[in-house]
Design a protein around this ligand. Structure first.
Ligand SMILES: [Zn+2]
Ligand SMILES: [Zn+2]
Length: 184
């Protein structure tokens, strides 16, 4: 699925029911974490969460793009975006409801679907030197310890022994060192 093509499809759909849009550009933004997309009033641009886009269906992505385009339509029609409800006030609502009715997409303040984004996960494996007792943490993409290249003690070059899966953390209760086990 190509963002630009899908965007053009959405623009054409809106045009077919009488809504003209005026967006400068649409791009991916990897910094968006809690939102699927955003419309920037200052330069008429739209940003789309790339991780969500790659996991969502075509219909879901069109819902996101049309939602952001509805902010642009509100901006064009009413001269500015009402800061009430972060742009989802009465003026926007009228446009969103009308688009939903005419095109069959659910354009709501809160996206009508949920996409769970999985960020790259690293597993922490902790070892202890059999000679000097120094502990060593190794980060790995593997959960299975037998696949981890643990190496040797960085102080005395001795063999190290596997301790546990997880990492050391500071206890919020007493400030002491605790072990934060990786939860899978
Ligand atoms: Zn919105
Ligand atoms: Zn050692």
């Amino acid at each position: 699925m190509v963002l630009q093509e899908l965007y053009e499809e959405c623009v054409d759909l809106l045009s077919s029911v009488g809504y003209e849009t005026n967006v400068s550009n649409i791009t991916f933004n990897n910094r968006l974490s809690s939102t699927y997309g955003s419309y920037c009033e200052d330069d008429f641009s739209i940003e789309i969460n790339e991780k969500v886009f790659n996991l969502a269906s075509k219909d879901q992505n069109m819902t996101t793009i049309i939602h952001e385009l509805s902010h642009n339509i509100d901006h064009m029609t009413n001269g500015s975006i009402d800061s009430y409800l972060e742009g989802h006030g009465e003026n926007w609502m009228k446009i969103a409801n009308d688009i939903s009715e005419k095109l069959g997409f659910q354009i709501q303040r809160y996206t009508p679907f949920t996409i769970h984004v999985h960020y790259d996960k690293k597993y922490h494996h902790t070892y202890k030197c059999e000679d000097c007792g120094a502990e060593k943490m190794v980060m790995s993409k593997y959960k299975d310890e037998s696949k981890v290249r643990s190496g040797r003690c960085k102080y005395c070059n001795s063999d190290i022994k596997y301790l546990f899966n997880g990492q050391y953390a500071i206890s919020m209760k007493n400030g002491g060192r605790t072990i934060q086990l990786d939860n899978y």
